[in-house]
Every structure is written in structure tokens, then in C-alpha cells.
Design a protein. Structure first.
Length: 436
């Protein structure tokens, strides 16, 4: 059963009229939809165009910003390049100024050296002229003494003075050292000239210090050893002279030699270096000066000599024990060595070891110094008492009779030593020493 008409509306269904209205409404709605789609498309196009325009504008802005950044970077690079160029120019100018200053300093040094050498030559010529004999001539006005001056300077003296001046120049120093070391016995006043000439002693010390780096590790060559030994020979000349010895000590120059004495290498360059250094110390003690002994007692010379007496060559041992003997002959030196058991034991042990070595080598020169050292030690009461117990047996018997057959002085010293150590001798503060 169909529902009544009032259920769906207030009028009844009219097929024709309702169909017309429905068709009309459908057409109108379709037109409206068509218009809205066109508008939407147009709006979408406009929005897309606006977006494209905005993107184009943004791209243009970015391009402009990038261009500005590139320009700024280029400007910064240009500024940096300019700064670098300026810095390079400044550095070049500074280098040029430094080079000019160095050249000026070198020129000044060369001028000073030339002036010093000229003054040295004049000084040496005056000294040589003062040694030339004045020539006495009789004139109408009376007796007149004429100084021969430079005209009477021997060619040999001129060369000597020139060699001394060459010590100031590093390029000519080596040859000058060699020639002067040969002449040190021929020129009596060479020590005075060396000491009082400007810069000469400094040059000699420079030669000594320059080889310190070659000592440890052992890199000393024969040529370097010969060169520094020539300088040491000139120092020995100064140490031997009565007028320069005290000045030599006051300057503490012997201390510069101790690094050489402290070496242990047995190679010939080192042995030659030690022997020549010992020669300088030996020249100091040779004249029995208490000032020299007192100075040496404040240094490490005794232990250095003791080690060389045990391990050195025969020549080095001879010079080292000579130095120890000279120290013992001085009252201050004897008292110093006998003041403590450790010092006496160190000296006595080395002397006893040398006696044991001499039993085989039979070296008269070394034996002479060993006997004199023991004899001097026996002058000290405490040392004498100790020697009665520890004097080496070969000195008590006839072991060295053949060696001492032709050495009457050493035989007398040995006999006096045995007398001093005999139980019948009463201890005294001091006993006289035979002439040594």
C-alpha cells in the first residue's frame, strides 16, 4: 500500500510539471558548477603566476646577494693580497736593512781588525826596536847615543811579531800557533809579549775551549789535537816565566786544562793532549813556589794526576808523578795529603801500584820519583807509622838493585827511606830532606 500524499508534501505528484521543474533545476545547477570550476582554474593560474613571480623575485634577490657576497669576497681577497704584498715589501725592506747593517758591521769589524793589527805591528816593532842595541857616535857637540830603531830589527824578530799579530785572525791563527810553538825557546821575552799583547791570551783560550765538544764522545782528530797542543805550548811558555806566572795563576787559566786531564781515551790524540796539558802544570810547579802549590791544592789536580799515574803512558805518568812530588815537597802540600787517611791512602795506593808495575818494566825514571814521594811521606809522623806497615816489599829488598846501579842519588833516597821507617828512629815533627 503506497503512502498518502501528505506524507511527502502538501501537493500531489504532477509528472509533467514536476519533471519540468526538476530538469530546470538540474540545468541551473550544472551552469553554476561550470562557472565555479573556471573561476577555480583562473584563481589557480593566478596563484601559480603569483608564486612563480615570488620565486623569480626570490631567485633574483638570492642572485643579487650572491653577487654581493662574491664582490665582498673579491674585495677581501684583494685587500688580503694588498696586505700580503705590503708585508712582503716590509720584510724585503727589513731584510735589506739587516743586510746593510750586517755589511756595515762587517766593514767596521774589518776596519777594527785592520787597525788592531796595525797597532800590534807598531807595538811589536817598537818592542823589537827597544831591544836593538843603540849605536854610539861621536859628534862635534859631544857624545850622542843614536837608537838604531827599526833599521836594526832582525828579520827573524819581524816574523815573530807578525806571527803574534796573526793569532788575532782565525784564518791565520793555526799557522801562527805552529811557528810560535817552535820559537818559544828561541825568544826569551815571548811570554811577556804573549801576555801583554791585546787579545792574544783570549785567542789561545778560544783554541782550548773550541775542542771541549770533541772530548765526549771521543771525536778528537790528530789535526785538532796538534793545533790545541800548539796553543798549550804557548801557555806553558807563559806559565814558566817568572814575571807572568803569578798573573797566569790569578787568571785561573790552569782550570781550562782540567777537562783535558779528565779524559780517559788511550788514543794518540788524547794522550798527546793530556801530556801537553800536564806540561803546563809541570812548568808551574817547577820553580817550587808556595803560591802555585796553594792554588793547586784548591783544585782537583791531585786526583787527576793519580789517575794518570795509574793508566797513562810512561811519559804522562812521569810528568804526573813529578807534579805530585812537587806538591809533597811543599810543607802545605805534605800536610794536605797527610791530613786525612783517605788522601794518604789514595796517594799511597797509587804509588804502591806503580812499584808493582815497575817490577816488570824496570823504568829508572819513574822509580826515581816513586822513591822520592815515599821518602817525603815518611817525614810526616802519621804517614811514617802507616808506611812501616804498607811500604811495598820490592823497595825493602834488592829487587831494583840493577835499575839503581848507576843512580847514586836515588839509592841514597831509598836508603834514607828505609832508615826513616826503621823501628829505631824516634818520630819527630820533621826531618831534613836530601837534596833532590
Amino acid at each position: 500500500m503506497m503512502p498518502s500524499a501528505h506524507v511527502y508534501g502538501h501537493h500531489q505528484y504532477n509528472p509533467q510539471g514536476d519533471a519540468h521543474n526538476w530538469m530546470h533545476q538540474q540545468a541551473s545547477h550544472h551552469q553554476q558548477n561550470h562557472v565555479s570550476v573556471a573561476q577555480q582554474q583562473q584563481q589557480a593560474q593566478q596563484a601559480q603566476q603569483a608564486q612563480q613571480a615570488q620565486q623569480a623575485q626570490q631567485a633574483a634577490q638570492q642572485a643579487a646577494q650572491q653577487q654581493q657576497q662574491q664582490q665582498q669576497q673579491q674585495q677581501q681577497q684583494q685587500q688580503q693580497q694588498q696586505q700580503q704584498q705590503q708585508q712582503q715589501q716590509q720584510q724585503q725592506q727589513q731584510q735589506q736593512q739587516q743586510q746593510q747593517q750586517q755589511q756595515q758591521q762587517q766593514q767596521q769589524q774589518q776596519q777594527q781588525q785592520a787597525s788592531q793589527q796595525a797597532q800590534q805591528h807598531q807595538h811589536f816593532n817598537r818592542m823589537a826596536g827597544n831591544h836593538a842595541a843603540p849605536v854610539a857616535t861621536n859628534t862635534l857637540g859631544g857624545n850622542h847615543v843614536q837608537d838604531s830603531g827599526h833599521d836594526h830589527i832582525s828579520e827573524d824578530n819581524r816574523r815573530t811579531m807578525a806571527y803574534i799579530a796573526d793569532l788575532l785572525n782565525e784564518k791565520t791563527r793555526e799557522a801562527a800557533l805552529l811557528e810560535l810553538s817552535k820559537k818559544r825557546e828561541q825568544v826569551p821575552e815571548l811570554a811577556l809579549i804573549l801576555w801583554h799583547s791585546f787579545g792574544v791570551m783570549t785567542s789561545l783560550l778560544q783554541e782550548i775551549i773550541s775542542v771541549y765538544t770533541l772530548l765526549n764522545p771521543s771525536q778528537l782528530t790528530a789535526a785538532a789535537s796538534n793545533r790545541v797542543c800548539n796553543a798549550l805550548a804557548l801557555l806553558q811558555c807563559v806559565a814558566s816565566h817568572n814575571e807572568t806566572r803569578t798573573l797566569f795563576l790569578n787568571a785561573h787559566i790552569p782550570l781550562f786544562l782540567y777537562p783535558f786531564l779528565n779524559t780517559t781515551s788511550k788514543s794518540r790524540p788524547f794522550e798527546y793532549l793530556r801530556l801537553t796539558s800536564l806540561g803546563v802544570i809541570g812548568a808551574l810547579v817547577k820553580n817550587d813556589s808556595s803560591d802555585v802549590i796553594n792554588f793547586l791544592l784548591t783544585t782537583e789536580i791531585i786526583p787527576l794526576c793519580l789517575r794518570i799515574m795509574e793508566t797513562g803512558s810512561e811519559l804522562s805518568k812521569t810528568v804526573a808523578i813529578f807534579i805530585v812530588q812537587k806538591i809533597l815537597l811543599d810543607d802545605n802540600g805534605l800536610n794536605y795529603i797527610c791530613a786525612t787517611y783517605e788522601r794518604f791512602y789514595a796517594v799511597g795506593t797509587v804509588l804502591s801500584n806503580m812499584v808493582a808495575q815497575l817490577v816488570e818494566s824496570q823504568t829508572a825514571r819513574l822509580l826515581k820519583h816513586v822513591v822520592r814521594c815515599f821518602l817525603r811521606l815518611s817525614d810526616n809522623a802519621r804517614a811514617r807509622e802507616a808506611l812501616r806497615q804498607c811500604l811495598p816489599e820490592p823497595l825493602r829488598d834488592a829487587t831494583f838493585s840493577s835499575v839503581l846501579r848507576d843512580d847514586a842519588a836515588t839509592k841514597r833516597c831509598l836508603a834514607q827511606l828505609l832508615i826513616n821507617l826503621s823501628d829505631n828512629v824516634v818520630d819527630q815533627n820533621s826531618q831534613g830532606m836530601p837534596n833532590m
